[in-house]
Design a protein around this ligand. Sequence first.
Ligand SMILES: *[C@@H]1O[C@H](CO)[C@@H](O)[C@H](O)[C@H]1NC(C)=O
Ligand SMILES: *[C@@H]1O[C@H](CO)[C@@H](O)[C@H](O)[C@H]1NC(C)=O
Length: 366
Amino acid sequence: MVWLGAPLLLPILFLASDVGAAVDLTLLADLRLTEPQRFFLTCVSGEAGVGRGSDAWGAPLLLEKDDRIVRTPPPWQPPHLARNGSHQVTLRGFSQPSDLVGVFSCVGGAGARRTPVVYVHNSPGAHLHPDKVTHTVNKGDTAVLSARVRKEKQMDVIWKSNGSYFSTLDWHEAQDGRFLLRFPDVQPPSSGIYSATYLEASPLGSAFFRLIVRGCEAGRWGPGCTKECPGCLHGGVCHDQDGECVCPPGFTGTRCEQACREGRFGQSCQEQCPGTSGCRGLTFCLPDPYGCSCGSGWRGSQCQEACAPGHFGADCRLRCQCQNGGTCDRFSGCVCPSGWHGVHCEKSDSGDWADGGVSAPVGALG
Ligand SMILES: *[C@@H]1O[C@H](CO)[C@@H](O)[C@H](O)[C@H]1NC(C)=O
Ligand SMILES: *[C@@H]1O[C@H](CO)[C@@H](O)[C@H](O)[C@H]1NC(C)=O
């Protein structure tokens, strides 16, 4: 059997992983490590799949600071890039706090599927701090970037987009200790890196953001946005160009319907969070239009807070709505008693649909 199976199976696996699927690439940062000497970024690719560790896929993973928009003083010494096979790279050896501030990107995948993943790092000592760093919105939505005051200065605040002047807010315009930038009916060209800085303050004291505007309205994809998204579950985001769901860390499946085991991530749950505290403290950045989030079960600006009861998923953005005696697990959602299954334990194993079958998308974006 093996003799017959193996030669047939190989080309199929190659094909399956090459058909326009979103690239399996994750850029991780441990937000608890605030000292530059200890901070590091890791980029992991599940792309090698069959030949994991081999060089079969050609182009290597790249991981570097992108100083085209956020320019910081040159490092005393350049950080060090370490490779583990072809599927993992780590960037470490930063020397001063400003080395960490700004935009980092990891590029992976082969040929036409080569894709960047972007992470934006904010200084813990900045005057202004983003309430949320990465925002993914649909075309036509209202986007709001919110910079929270951490060290007050009685000065105006300058917003920049992609490093160029965008607008000014008078210091009296702070609402609830926050300076807001609103984009009603936002359009894809507004995507980019944004910053809020007090006038005359160092750019290092800025709040940095990334805005990702999907090319289509909610629930749509394709050229002309004529196609309907599959209804991505658990906070998965529908890719505007190929209609696939980019699943949050900790979820898998074509509609992100399945939770990985606790502490696991990657498109087939093949990766494991390093260390003993699971995914606590880690931010995960995935290919656009997903952006970045905490791992499943964690929330907060440093991804260190566990979800409140009844909440689960990446950034704890989802609410359990368990039926038939299911209980809420903060990593995976409803855990169903025997005899029941489905996202809300709404389906009976005996085949009788308890409430008519198809469950509504949970926290689907687009
Ligand atoms: C390198 O990757 C392998 C899995 O392929 C993993 O077991 C090992 O821990 C990694 N080494 C480091 C230093 O991360
Ligand atoms: C920022 O730069 C990106 C990439 O070059 C571009 O697609 C986007 O439209 C720019 N956004 C703004 C607001 O200038």
